[in-house]
Ligand binder design. Structure first.
Ligand SMILES: C[S@@+](CC[C@H](N)C(=O)[O-])C[C@H]1O[C@@H](n2cnc3c(N)ncnc32)[C@H](O)[C@@H]1O
Length: 222
């Protein structure tokens, strides 16, 4: 079976993974979901305190979170160092067929988005005046964060598909990878995941989810 490109309710594409049987984003709207959980609840929330922000993303996938962060950096002048981890990258053909840039109506994003997908692994690329991007090809389980971050976009597939990614070993690594006051957001609001986060020392907030999802989670390192 092959990955499938699907159109979500806000018109933006997402990928249905043949390997994991999961879609990369909500079918209720990929761009909408990404904005809600990562841009609004994490990036803009942190930007209330500081506008120089180091972001770590778990799961580069289609690159949508990275693209929206770049757009926000250009619009607001945020200084972003963006790092993303991915073990199973989509193909360059799949990346080219995604319609995010048409949906966003920001043609200048074409070149940096292409570089995100085709550029080298493990090398910092300056993709805009205030946006430096590095992607790491690694299993989350084996990734040793080379730095500490202000924000983590925790965007693994759901616990039902990959339970091991929501257990203490990986979540503890996320805790350690955050700077004090750093925030991690996820679409996941499952009780056992929230208990794991709490037991690591995170302070939790249950926030309203994006369309189609009642709740999401923001975890702050005290
Ligand atoms: C929900 S998708 C990420 C969506 C992505 N943030 C985006 O904007 O398109 C989860 C991603 O995690 C990757 N992945 C799954 N298991 C992994 C693992 N054990 N280590 C690293 N990456 C993994 C998948 O290939 C997929 O790209």
């Amino acid at each position: 079976m092959e990955d499938e490109l699907i159109v979500t309710s806000d018109g933006s594409h997402t990928v249905l993974s043949a390997q994991f049987g999961e879609s990369y984003h909500s079918r209720f709207g990929a761009v909408q979901e990404s904005r809600h959980i990562f841009i609004d609840a994490a990036l803009k929330f942190k930007a209330l305190q500081q506008t120089r922000i180091k972001v770590l993303e778990m799961g580069f996938g289609t690159g949508l979170n990275a693209l929206l962060t770049l757009l926000e950096s250009r619009r607001k002048g945020f200084e972003i160092e963006y790092s993303s981890v991915e073990a199973y990258p989509i193909s360059p053909e799949q990346a080219r067929s995604l319609n995010f840039i048409d949906i966003l109506q920001e043609p200048w994003l074409e070149a940096p988005f292409s570089k995100m997908h085709t550029g080298p692994w493990g090398q910092a690329l300056s993709l805009d005046e205030h946006f430096v991007f590095t992607k790491w090809r690694s299993l989350f389980e084996e990734f040793a964060p080379p730095s500490q971050y202000d924000v983590i976009y925790f965007d693994a597939f759901a616990p039902a598909a990959q339970p091991e990614l929501w257990e203490l070993p990986l979540l503890g690594k996320m805790y350690d990878a955050l700077l004090p006051g750093g925030v991690l957001t996820t679409y996941c609001a499952k009780g056992s995941v929230k208990r794991n986060l709490k037991s690591l020392g995170f302070t939790l907030e249950s926030l309203e989810g994006p369309p189609g999802k009642r709740e999401m989670t923001r975890a702050t390192k005290g």
